[in-house]
Design a protein. Structure first.
Ligand SMILES: [Zn+2]
Ligand SMILES: [Zn+2]
Length: 116
């Protein structure tokens, strides 16, 4: 049993502050590493399950041109220039993606090409 003399209030504050800091640091670490851990687990899971490594047996992959949206901004060179800066060209109309025929995805070449 503790008497009041044995509990140092300053030590209590420091301990809880340290605990709070540790929890915060852990949360930050978990947030940063979670996607990587997730990717690692899912890829090893896919391999162990014999699933397609590229699409995870979804049998389709997202279109790289429209990023799965199915439409792109028209505007030719300027739109691509804006895109390379990570911005959308303002007021550019959306047009159906020509690469995927506006589907936003392709049949997976890794597993769908083996399909009859
Ligand atoms: Zn597309
Ligand atoms: Zn596949």
């Amino acid at each position: 049993m503790f008497t009041e003399d044995e509990i140092n209030p300053m030590e209590n504050v420091t301990a809880s502050e340290l605990a709070g800091f540790a929890v915060g640091a852990l949360l930050v670490c978990a947030t940063i590493s979670a996607p990587r851990i997730d990717a690692f687990i899912s890829s090893s899971q896919r391999r162990s399950l014999g699933m397609c490594k590229r699409c995870g047996d979804l049998r389709m992959i997202a279109c790289s041109k429209c990023k799965g949206v199915g439409s792109t901004k028209s505007g030719g060179v300027f739109a691509e220039l804006y895109e390379s800066f990570g911005k959308d060209e303002p007021n550019a109309p959306s047009i159906p993606c020509t690469r995927c025929n506006a589907k936003g995805r392709f049949p997976c070449p890794d597993c769908c090409s083996q399909m009859p």
